[in-house]
Design a protein around this ligand. Structure first.
Ligand SMILES: Cc1cc2nc3c(=O)[nH]c(=O)nc-3n(C[C@H](O)[C@H](O)[C@H](O)COP(=O)(O)OP(=O)(O)OC[C@H]3O[C@@H](n4cnc5c(N)ncnc54)[C@H](O)[C@@H]3O)c2cc1C
Length: 316
């Protein structure tokens, strides 16, 4: 019986666990996650707009563990030793025959602790609850969303939806460091989105970022100062701390470079946001459908590796 450890019960890790659960005679699966619940992340911005109960966005991993027959350890992985096949949490060390790193990504504050202290983020259902509370207390005079990517725009439009009624008068502004929102999209799409944002009374400040935050005031690089604003940070993500410490090839977001079979080493696979690999002269962006596809591919390759069969190429 081979011991498989999966780090992360997101879309990738859970897909792997589901496929491996059909091979219970060959593998014993342990899934480690620092959260108690699987979080359905794409729903988070909509949840702000519709005030969806956060319980509908999460699912207990202990229930999934019973359903799919894996062991669940609710702990934070702080280190991995790829040479000795060991995973370390604060409370124990575990040995594996095969490892899948599927620990996803988290908000990147680029080392700016002051912004981190002052800003809201959107990494899980718990963060939505904090934003709800902030809105309901009604103390903020305006809302600033840092980052004009897909998620930033989704947050801004959902906030506007949420503000209809008594909060309607409050300003919502997207702050974007680049010269346009939605970076790589074609111009006509950016124009279309821009017009709709204008109709919704969502402002956009381009070529602008935060200069400093002091006594609740947010100073922008264009000289504008916002007082008493709720700051929601959506300006990029990175992989977690234990990946930072791994001495392996990574891209600027800290995603681990894998081969076309999703292997980092002979017995360590990577999938989802934590991974990147050559794909049609580029690489896949962070998204649910790719994470699921990669999770399934990694599972099949773990099984094939145990059975001495040829691996499945992610391009197939
Ligand atoms: C607000 C938001 C909106 C999004 N909207 C969309 C969308 O509309 N469409 C789309 O395709 N994608 C969307 N995405 C991206 C998508 O959610 C991710 O690409 C996807 O969740 C990645 O899956 P994953 O399994 O790699 O990681 P995740 O789903 O992030 O899961 C990783 C898991 O690993 C656990 N973990 C992390 N570090 C550790 C550790 N050290 N120890 C133990 N456990 C750990 C985490 O707790 C988490 O449960 C959105 C993301 C966000 C944040």
């Amino acid at each position: 019986m081979k011991k498989v450890i999966i780090i992360g019960c997101g879309f990738a890790g859970l897909s792997t666990a589901r496929v491996l659960s059909r091979q219970r005679r060959q593998v014993e699966v342990t899934l480690i996650d620092k959260k108690l619940n699987f979080n359905f992340l794409p729903l988070l911005p909509d949840a702000i707009g519709r005030k969806i109960n956060t319980n509908f966005m999460v699912y207990p991993i202990s229930d999934l563990s019973k359903r799919y027959g894996f062991r669940f350890i609710n702990q934070d992985v702080y280190s991995v030793d790829l040479k000795q096949n060991k995973v370390f949490t604060l409370r124990q060390e575990l040995i594996y025959d095969y490892l899948l790193i599927a620990s996803g990504s988290e908000t990147n504050f680029y080392g700016d602790n002051n912004t981190m202290k002052n800003a809201y983020k959107l990494d899980g259902a718990e963060d939505v609850k904090k934003i709800y509370l902030g809105i309901e207390e009604g103390n903020f005079s305006c809302y600033l969303i840092i980052g004009g990517g897909y998620t930033g725009i989704e947050i801004a439009t959902n906030l506007r939806k949420r503000m209809s009624g008594k909060f309607d008068h409050k300003k919502i502004v997207i702050i974007e460091r680049a010269a346009s929102i939605l970076g790589p999209l074609p111009e006509w799409m950016k124009t279309y989105v821009g017009k709709n944002l204008e109709k919704m009374d969502v402002g956009i400040l381009l070529n602008t970022s935060i200069e400093k935050i002091e006594e609740g005031n947010i100073y922008l690089t264009n000289g504008v100062v916002f007082k008493n604003a709720m700051l929601i940070w959506s300006a990029g993500v990175k992989t977690g701390k234990f990946i930072e410490d791994l001495k392996v090839e990574k891209n600027p977001q800290g995603r681990i470079k894998a081969d076309e079979y999703l292997r980092l080493t002979e017995d360590c696979f990577v999938a989802g946001d934590a991974a990147y690999f050559p794909y049609k002269k580029s690489f896949l962006r962070m998204a649910v459908q790719f994470s699921i596809m990669e999770g399934k591919c990694a599972a099949r390759n773990i099984i094939d590796s145990i059975g001495g069969k040829n691996f499945i190429n992610i391009h197939q």
